[in-house]
Design a protein around this ligand. Structure first.
Ligand SMILES: Cc1cc2nc3c(=O)[nH]c(=O)nc-3n(C[C@H](O)[C@H](O)[C@H](O)COP(=O)(O)OP(=O)(O)OC[C@H]3O[C@@H](n4cnc5c(N)ncnc54)[C@H](O)[C@@H]3O)c2cc1C
Length: 493
């Protein structure tokens, strides 16, 4: 009886809101049935789930603004969602929230080849940006491995990276301007086609804000001319430490490859089982992929130098590819590495941390030690040039307590990264997964200052609450104070 009354109260609360939303986006733009809402209850971090109260699917900036204004006036929590591929629980719904999904905002609004820019709606898939301009010899550089499914809006919110971000920079280096709907429902423009803007860099503030400052509804991106020549060198090693040392030596030699990636033996075999590239020797402890691009003479010269450096670091075999078909084959395995982990283990937990390149060898040893201590295999795939690690912790979710232990191992890896002078995230963001680790990297004043910035945009705290920053409720800060002290006092290596 009490339950029925509560349910009735809840239904009554939403009825007038649903009507208002339907008037803005149409009946088919509001998802409210329980079974249909299931699709939206998690992002790529599927271990956390929460069904939203409603999903709204707008098509334009004005529709987004009207929906957000209703949330503001009625004090309704809301979360933005792109394609839902995020790996840190950024688009995870909050209890009783409205999920604003950009899946219907998929238009290219303007292409300006003369000024090397393109303006798109946020629901556009990353890969489509390059497809829209490739006929004219241009491309969009940031290329997350999820680029065939993730949205540009999500990329902006997470400041996503990818293989080619070593040379060309992550998303923030490619966003020129944004049209935003901020959490009171106002529409504002930040940045623009001209790069030299006076005043605060609000575009920079918004990129990486993980949906806590508003929704990007139009995004102007920098596009680049395709390089004259591209070559990928593939080297394999019998010790992963040697591959790591080769990476440090290539950068020290003044060569900045377009991308530089390492996969370890576990990943090599998983990938060969699944996509059978035939390029990665199964008995190698590590493969290193180095993509060089630029003018033909520059690429030819750098290819020789990279080969020399790999040989000096005991590489066993070296191959290279200039034609696009073989290059794609070399990269196919790396791009499929996360998915392939699902072939060798029922479940896996992807961690994302950054370390200084020079610490690669030490940190890998420590990760191995953690793997042995906790008894879980860890496959390593990383954007080696940026020091961005992606350890994949393999486990079986049907074993009681396994997920909790794996989360603990993931946390230990993050602390290791911070201790080594690195960062909690290279590209997957903080979301609801890593917010409790923020105090390991930032002090109280840092966090408070970031909190003030959030409050300026997100006055009532309705946009994506509980994400990015630690809260006493989710992180039990008092209980963690002693652990934090021990962490800060401890020596590494
Ligand atoms: C197999 C696989 C490989 C991956 N590889 C990479 C990789 O190489 N590099 C990398 O960086 N990431 C990678 N990711 C993670 C993920 O794809 C990226 O974080 C991506 O940017 C998320 O985009 P999305 O559209 O799925 O965003 P969602 O998951 O829907 O949302 C992510 C965050 O963005 C916010 N958001 C979404 N749209 C907007 C908007 N328009 N305005 C404001 N906030 C918004 C959400 O609230 C949430 O906080 C990978 C994921 C998978 C599953």
């Amino acid at each position: 009886m009490i339950f029925n009354n509560l349910l009735q109260k809840k239904t009554n609360k939403w009825k007038p809101i649903i009507k208002q939303f339907e008037a803005i986006v149409g009946k088919d733009g509001v998802v409210r049935r329980k079974e249909e809402l299931l699709t939206y209850e998690c992002d790529g971090l599927a271990s956390y789930r929460q069904r939203p109260a409603l999903v709204v699917l707008p098509r334009t900036t004005e529709q987004v603004a009207a929906v957000v204004k209703i949330c503001h006036d009625n004090e309704i929590l809301w979360v933005a969602r792109g394609a839902g591929t995020g790996l840190s629980g950024g688009a995870l719904p909050i209890e009783d929230c409205v999920l604003i999904v950009t899946a219907r905002m998929k238009q290219v609004l303007n292409i300006d080849l003369e000024n090397h820019s393109i303006t798109v709606q946020p629901g556009i898939i990353n890969n489509w940006v390059t497809q829209a301009v490739s006929g004219a010899g241009f491309y969009y550089a940031p290329d997350p491995s999820s680029q065939i499914i993730c949205s540009i809006g999500g990329n902006v919110a997470e400041n996503s990276g990818g293989v080619h971000c070593l040379k060309y920079g992550v998303t923030t280096n490619h966003v020129l301007g944004l049209k935003l709907v901020i959490p009171d429902g106002s529409i504002m423009d930040v940045g623009g086609a001209i790069r030299e803007m006076p005043g605060y860099d609000l575009t920079g503030v918004f990129v990486g804000s993980e949906g806590t400052l508003g929704i990007a509804t139009e995004i102007t991106l920098r596009i680049l001319k395709r390089p004259e020549s591209i070559c990928v060198v593939l080297a394999d090693f019998s010790a992963i430490e040697d591959a790591g040392a080769a990476v440090a030596d290539i950068i020290s030699a003044g060569i900045i490859p377009a991308g530089m990636e390492i996969m370890d033996n576990l990943s090599i075999n998983a990938v060969e089982d699944v996509v059978a590239t035939g390029c990665y020797p199964r008995d190698a402890e590590a493969v290193l992929l180095v993509e060089l691009d630029g003018l033909q003479v520059e690429v030819d010269e750098n290819k020789k130098r990279v080969a020399q450096i790999c040989q000096q670091n005991n590489s066993r075999n070296l191959t290279s590819a200039n034609d696009s078909e073989t290059r794609l084959k070399f990269w196919k395995g790396r791009k499929a590495a996360f998915a392939a982990a699902g072939h060798i283990s029922p479940n896996y937990f992807v961690q994302d941390g950054v370390i200084p390149r020079t610490q690669l060898v030490n940190v890998l040893k420590e990760i191995n030690a953690l793997s042995e201590k906790y008894g879980y295999k860890i496959a390593n795939v990383f954007h080696a040039g940026d020091g961005n690690l992606h350890p994949l912790i393999l486990y079986d979710n049907t074993v009681e307590g396994a997920f909790e232990t794996v989360e603990e191992v993931g946390g230990e890896i993050l602390k290791l990264c911070v201790k080594a002078g690195g960062s909690l995230s290279g590209e997957h963001g903080i979301g609801s997964d890593k917010n409790c680790y923020m105090p390991y990297m930032f002090n109280e004043i840092d966090l408070e200052t970031m909190g003030y910035v959030r409050e300026v945009f997100n006055v009532k705290g309705l946009a994506n609450p509980g994400k990015l920053f630690p809260t006493p409720r989710t992180c039990g800060e008092a209980a963690n104070a002693q652990k934090m002290k021990e962490f800060k006092d401890a020596e590494l290596f």
